[in-house]
Design a protein around this ligand. Sequence first.
Ligand SMILES: C[S@@+](CC[C@H](N)C(=O)[O-])C[C@H]1O[C@@H](n2cnc3c(N)ncnc32)[C@H](O)[C@@H]1O
Length: 307
Amino acid sequence: MRKEQFSERAAGRVVQNDAAANEAGLEYAMSADDFDRVCRLIRSEAGIALNPNKQTMVYSRLARRLRATGKRSFADYLDWLEGDSGAEKQDFVNALTTNLTSFFREAHHFPILEKHLASLRAKPRINIWCCAASTGEEPYSIAMTALKAAGGGTSPARILATDIDTTVLETAAAGAYCDEAVARLGAEVVRRYFLRGSGAYAGRVRIRPEVAGLVTYRQLNLLTRKWPVRPGFDAIFCRNVMIYFDRPTQLSLVARFAPLLNPGGLLFVGHSENYSEARDSFRLLGKTVYQVAPAAACKSAGRPGNS
Ligand SMILES: C[S@@+](CC[C@H](N)C(=O)[O-])C[C@H]1O[C@@H](n2cnc3c(N)ncnc32)[C@H](O)[C@@H]1O
């Protein structure tokens, strides 16, 4: 058994000192205080509220950062991080985000989006914000839906895709995936929107340029007070990210989305999310799809877009 495998399993509990860590086969000790410091830091940097049962995950992900930076203990690493660690803060955030996603995840949203986009077809420009884009499967699914709604050819839709995690944004912008990522999509969808790799790229697919060209990637932390985006979105996808935030943060984000949406604009959230308290800003349109309330929507519809 590799040490790391053993470590990841043994790290389910806090190990207070080096002797105890050695005994448990762990490379580093992680005390309750270390874990609390990690929780405070990731909450203030990214809004992520870690559960106490995430110790194993935190240990295994941050042990890699300790190794990469040559730090000998969690305390050393955290002291440095809380001081002037330069780019390491971003690596720390990247290490602790959860990026699970897939093409056409929560598939019931896409026919609703298609219908909405078809109703806006006369507009010269349709703006969509996908604000936890992860490795790109979600914004590309939105782009494919936009092309379908446009009936082939070009689409007036432009998708701004953002995430806090710089590593996933690099993967997203590259637009290349392994075959398994598209295994559950129909053959026709794959043929129409992907290029199959050959030779050294066998077993890989790449998003076709006409799909990729609709998407612009930028880093954006949802927690920042001023988002560098202009109002005038026709839809916002904010799926499966607010689940990591506390309730007041969730509700304040939902309230901030409303004035960014054009009248009639839609907010798509994740399958386990419910923002019924935000009834001044949104009304529930369907399962986990909200429509902005007329009085809460952006007052300057038709502005130029963000990308
Ligand atoms: C579980 S993934 C969801 C991906 C996609 N929206 C979906 O539903 O398939 C959550 C994403 O939220 C991002 N994230 C976490 N905290 C964030 C923050 N404060 N600002 C922006 N993105 C954040 C993570 O980096 C991760 O890529």
